[in-house]
Design a protein around this ligand. Structure first.
Ligand SMILES: [Zn+2]
Length: 150
């Protein structure tokens, strides 16, 4: 069975026994898991955003080496999930902002599984201004010279 594309709820997990309960975060919104994970893994206090930042561009989710990622305006990134399309940053406090996923997440994830090596699975949203792989126009054939040879 191929390795699935990693989402926040599969990566940001609570401490294992005996320190923690593996089901302690069941039902927690996926976008909030990273804040709790940073606290227990790095022993650093984080502040979960309490409101949506109005009138800012969305964050486009992308797949980087088999992980759904959201990139912050500050340069940080975290693993995100299509089950909770919000982005908030544990580094600079930015958030919540809209997190844009493809219309058909299942199709994009299925396409990723066609590449057997997870580290080679990368995908960018076509509308993401940071997408380095924007479609280029097809090269047009050179027009035939008019008239005969000189
Ligand atoms: Zn940030």
């Amino acid at each position: 069975m191929p390795i699935a594309v990693v989402r926040a709820e599969a990566y940001y997990l609570p401490p294992p026994p005996p320190r923690g309960d593996p089901h302690a975060w069941d039902g927690m919104p996926a976008a909030e898991r990273v804040f709790h994970w940073i606290e227990y893994r790095l022993s650093r206090r984080t502040v979960i955003p309490t409101s949506v930042i109005p009138d800012v561009p969305p964050v486009y989710a992308r797949i980087n080496q088999n992980r759904w990622l959201g990139d912050c305006v500050c340069g940080a990134a975290c693993i995100v999930s299509p089950t909770d399309p919000r982005y908030g940053c544990t580094e600079c406090g930015y958030g919540w902002v809209e997190l844009v996923f493809p219309e058909d997440v299942a199709t994009v994830e299925a396409e990723m599984l066609l590449t057997p090596q997870p580290h080679l699975r990368n995908w960018w949203h076509p509308l993401d201004p940071a997408n380095p792989y924007t479609p280029q126009p097809e090269p047009q054939p050179e027009p035939e010279p008019e008239g005969g040879t000189l």
